[in-house]
Design a protein around this ligand. Structure first.
Ligand code: UN1
Length: 507
């Protein structure tokens, strides 16, 4: 494999995982070794951040914030525009690194970098639209309005499955809002973080800006905990498991900080009698096996009307038979490996669990040997009862559950019966059914789609979900408001001081 992309992104065998900006603070003693799930080879090492380095970075970010918050928002947008241009230049290389370090198909690696470029464009426009409202004061010769100010340091904790895009949805919005960022990427894909930081360092230097506007730290959850406990970090945006999110939420809440959580999903597609079968197959297949089932928006459940059940099951099973599994950098393959051996274990245990509760495998799963590492698995399909215990959980692997329904009320009840609430979809050409699904009595998820699948959301919408998904919204729409502090201002330009609520307070 041609690995020029590693050099192009400024990576080497040993990489500094902490952007302290200080010579001699490199800490090669403790490092994370990043092994590719594609072929098992070590891509490089990333040094773990020490407490001293963390302090230096927070101080640097605090200093950078003092400057950055005074830069006009459209000018901040211009810097983000330049970051987007740099991403365009390195799209091929960064997409390849994502694919090689994380294991998703090259198409999806490039797609992830495209999401970064798109959010940069969105943020540039937003930099001229950080609008507040004006209100009419109840008092004469008074004016009332609200404005949004930068918050300060935004801590970003991201997961392995979108090792670059999730950071950018947070960081690019935070940057135009005038915040500075400290990012702790997943230990499972740390080189992607170093590559993004290297690109940032160049953009910052070219504009005579402190690199500390966007910072990198690395390590396991203990490093993340320094941030979640740190009162100097007013907002923590965390993406990952529900278990991680609960820990983060409690720690941040204990100091009354703000958190933005984007956690597990258990996403379903309801397939109705009038569904267009071509759309069903494309939506369900990509949703279930894309990224080897490791998106938080991956399709995990198909809730199929009994009149279409056999047809959907058989056509999907046939499509699964045509899937090409293997090296994700080879463009002919649809599905790459899972992230690591532990993930394979979890997947195999889930299949045992399905069988133990009486589920029937339509397409059997299992590890596939001889493909370059121990992390390749067969995407599988299981028929289960609607109340299956296994189907209540999010297993981060390509396991698709099929279940039957009789009427739409039942389908919606099944769809909403899981603890998670991220993404959902209905396949229908019946307007009454789609409107019902989107109504207050329909899907309880943060994302509800008609005639497209559950995954592959565009950056322009607010992204996130309800219940155990954590309630946060990031990316487009007005998600930016979480990254700013809101201030209401009342100005009196009269010569009197009338009190609100008509109170008279005369001495
Ligand atoms: C995630 O898996 O953490 O909707 C995010 C999608 C992508 C984002 C997934 N735009 O599938």
């Amino acid at each position: 494999m041609n690995k020029d992309f590693i050099q192009e992104l400024g990576l080497s065998a040993d990489n500094d995982g902490s952007s302290t900006g200080q010579q001699g603070m490199h800490n090669p003693a403790a490092h994370i070794s990043s092994a590719s799930p594609v072929d098992g080879a070590e891509i490089g090492r990333v040094s773990v951040t020490t407490p001293e380095q963390y302090e230096a970075i927070i101080e640097r970010a605090t200093e950078a914030f003092k400057h950055w918050r005074t830069v006009p928002a459209p000018r901040r947008g211009e810097i983000v525009r330049q970051y987007g241009e740099a991403l365009r230049e390195h799209k091929d290389a960064l997409g390849r690194l994502v694919s090689y370090e994380m294991g998703k198909s090259l198409q999806e690696g490039w797609g992830e970098v495209q999401e970064m470029i798109d959010i940069c464009d969105f943020a540039v426009g937003l930099s001229r639209q950080l609008h507040g409202f004006t209100m009419h004061s109840e008092r004469p010769l008074h004016r009332m309005y609200e404005q949004y100010h930068p918050l300060g340091i935004v801590g970003v904790i991201s997961a392995f499955n979108f090792p670059v895009a999730v950071w950018s949805w947070n960081a690019m919005i935070a940057l135009v809002c005038g915040d500075v960022v400290v990012w702790k990427p997943s230990e499972k894909a740390p080189l992607c973080g170093v590559a993004c930081q290297n690109i940032w360092a160049k953009v910052a230097a070219a504009n005579d800006l402190p690199e500390g506007i966007s910072n990198l730290i690395n390590g396991d959850y203990t490093v993340g905990e320094w941030m979640t406990k740190d009162t100097r970090v007013p907002l923590i945006s965390a993406t990952g498991s529900t278990r991680m999110g609960k820990a983060v939420a409690q720690t941040v809440a204990a100091r009354l900080g703000k958190s933005l959580l984007e956690l597990g999903g258990n996403n379903a597609i309801i397939i109705t009698p009038s569904a267009d079968m071509d759309l069903v197959l494309t939506g369900a297949l990509f949703g279930a096996v894309g990224t080897c089932g490791q998106r938080c928006t991956s399709t995990r459940r198909l809730i199929i009307h009994e009149s279409r059940y056999e047809e959907v099951r058989d056509k999907l099973a046939k499509a699964y038979g045509q899937l090409k599994i293997g090296d994700p950098l080879d463009e002919k393959n649809h599905v790459g490996p899972l992230i690591d051996a532990q993930s394979v274990e979890t997947y195999l245990k889930a299949i045992e669990g399905i069988k133990a509760e009486g589920g029937k495998m339509v397409v059997d799963g299992g590890r596939i040997d001889g493909l370059g590492s121990d992390c390749y698995v067969q995407p599988c399909i299981a028929e289960v009862e609607a109340d299956s215990k296994m189907a209540q959980q999010e297993t981060f692997a390509p396991i698709l559950y099929l279940m039957k329904y009789r009427d739409l009320d039942e389908a919606i009840a099944i769809q909403n019966s899981v603890p998670q609430g991220l993404s959902s979809a209905i396949m229908t050409t019946n307007m009454r059914e789609s409107e019902r699904f989107l109504s207050a009595t329909g899907s309880d998820c943060g994302i509800a789609n008609v005639n497209i699948g559950t995954s592959g959301a565009e950056i322009g919408g607010a992204f996130g979900g309800e219940k155990e998904t954590g309630g946060g919204r990031e990316s487009g729409s007005d998600a930016w408001k979480v990254y700013m502090r809101r201030q209401t201002n009342t100005i009196n330009y009269s010569t009197e001081l009338p009190l609100a609520q008509g109170i008279s307070f005369n001495l």
